[in-house]
Each structure stands twice: as C-alpha cells, then as structure tokens.
Ligand binder design. Structure first.
Ligand SMILES: O=P(O)(O)OC[C@H]1O[C@H](O[C@H]2O[C@H](CO)[C@@H](O)[C@H](O)[C@H]2O)[C@H](O)[C@@H](O)[C@@H]1O
Length: 261
C-alpha cells in the first residue's frame, strides 16, 4: 500500500476497529466456473479472511447464495466474527447460527414455470436455492443469446409469482422482493456503528452495495473484481478473486504496519 491510496482505505488502516469489510462471494472470492455447484473460494481466501477478521471491526459476506452455501463453499466457518448475509440480505449466518425467513409462496410457481420455459434447452441449468431459483446459461452453446431469449418470459413469470428478477453473469434469478445488497450492507453498517467501509464485488447485484458505500456518509472504498465479462466503475479495480485477496492481504499488512510496538 502506498501513500496515494484512496481516502477510504486510509481510514480503514488508521482505525481498523471501526472498519467494515464487505465482500461478495462468486466472482469476488470464488473464481467463476461453469457449474455453480463446483464453485469454491480461491485457495488463499480462507487464510486472508481469517487474518483480516482478527484486525478489523467486521468482515461481512453479502451474497446471492444461501448463507450456508457461501460458508461451505468458502470454508468460512473459522473466520473470526464473520457474518454472512445470504439471499441478498434475506438470511444471516453468524457464529454457526443461521437465521432464515419462511419460503416465499411464489417459489413453487417460479420453479415449475422455469422448468417449463427451459425444457429441452441445451446447456441451460436451473439452480434451486430453496428461497430463490436461478436459470443459468453459461453452459449453453450461445450463452448470451440464450439468456436474452429467456429474459422477457422470466420477467413475466416473476411478476406472476410475486418475485423479483435479479440479473447477473449469464444468470437470471427469481427471488423474494424487498431487499438488495445495498439495503443489507447499509443496515449492517448502522448495526455496527461503522466508521469506514470497503465493499468488493464483481456483478450487477453488487452495484446496490457500491451505491450504499457512496451514500452512507462514511469514508468508503468500492473494489471491482475485474474480468472480461463486465466493466463497472469503482475506486479500485483488481484482477478477479486473486486480486481481491491480494488487496485484503495488503490491507492487513498496512494495518499491522501501523500498530504501535
Ligand atoms: O452474490 P454472489 O455471491 O456473487 O452470487 C451471485 C450468483 O453467483 C452464482 O452464479 C455465478 O457464479 C457461478 C459459479 O462460478 C457461475 O457458473 C454463474 O455463471 C455466475 O452467474 C450463483 O450460482 C448464483 O446463485 C448467485 O446468485
């Protein structure tokens, strides 16, 4: 870290006890892979998070995954003080305890409708997350064209089922409305009386969290986990999960370098 680091990072390093480090999971901590069930955190991720978790006020994962899935795929159970806000803030995992709401009544309709819409489509996969359901086209012969063709019928199905459509990297997700990563992060910052914040993400669902960082009135830094799939403006752009974890380690180095004695 150098003297010309963004002000938000300077605030985190100067007062780590007041800092909240918010992180997305897929594409930010875990490299993007064709099969969602095969995603796993970058090998250096658990150690980096455990180290940072012992230095800052809080590390919070804010993800579209079920919270328990992120804990499992991220090998995160041992990270000190970690909170995982799953399903865009609908559920919360902390200290091994999961708090989750009842299943939305529209989910059964969405599940059946998506099966019908995608029957016979080559390479299209449905990911059933119990409290949300997603359709993935990454493994289709023409992933983007397949996603584009599904968009309108999926939007209509979501309206019928009373669900929101969450678009992402070659995925359309139907999920309960009323929350997003910005609301989830903002509520967490208030809960912890945060004095600074960093949020790192890689996908469209992370833009609400970037907006929350900019609007919260705290020294803050947005970090985009870059790839060839999407370009997004952020204070810092790093090279995928490896770059994010390198940054987290650099922050930890800088905090340890500031500590007296
Ligand atoms: O909020 P996130 O943690 O980033 O979760 C967003 C979605 O991520 C997953 O899908 C993405 O990653 C997959 C595995 O690398 C990839 O195959 C897929 O194309 C990506 O869209 C996850 O499967 C979804 O449920 C999440 O909503």
């Amino acid at each position: 870290m150098t003297a010309d680091m963004p002000d938000g990072l300077k605030a985190i390093v100067a007062d780590p006890a007041g800092a909240v480090i918010g992180l997305d999971f897929d594409g930010t901590l875990s490299p993007i892979v064709p099969d969602p069930a095969a995603a796993r955190i970058h090998p250096d991720g658990p150690a980096a998070l455990a180290r940072l978790g012992g230095l800052v006020g809080a590390v919070v994962i804010v993800t579209g995954r079920p919270a328990a899935t992120a804990v499992e795929y991220g090998s995160l159970a041992g990270v000190p003080g970690l909170v995982v806000l799953g399903h865009y803030g609908l559920e919360r995992w902390e200290g091994g305890t999961l708090t989750t709401p009842p299943v939305h009544p529209g989910l059964a309709r969405a599940r059946a409708g998506l099966s019908a819409l995608t029957a016979g489509l080559d390479g299209v996969r449905i990911e059933d997350k119990e409290r949300a359901v997603a359709v993935h086209t990454r493994q289709a012969p023409d992933p983007q064209a397949t996603l584009d063709a599904l968009r309108e019928p999926v939007i209509a199905l979501a309206a019928e089922a009373g669900l929101a459509v969450e678009p992402g990297k070659l995925v359309l997700e139907l999920r309960p409305p009323g929350t997003d990563k910005g609301k989830a992060l903002d509520a967490f910052l208030r809960e912890r009386a945060a004095r600074s914040v960093l949020f790192a993400g890689d996908d469209l669902g992370d833009l609400a969290a970037f907006a929350a960082v900019r609007a919260c009135g705290l020294p803050g830094v947005t970090v985009f986990s870059g790839s060839s799939e999407l370009e997004v403006e952020a204070d810092l752009v790093v090279d995928g999960p490896g770059g994010v974890i390198g940054l987290l380690n650099a922050i930890a180095d800088a905090i340890e370098g500031e500590e007296p004695g």
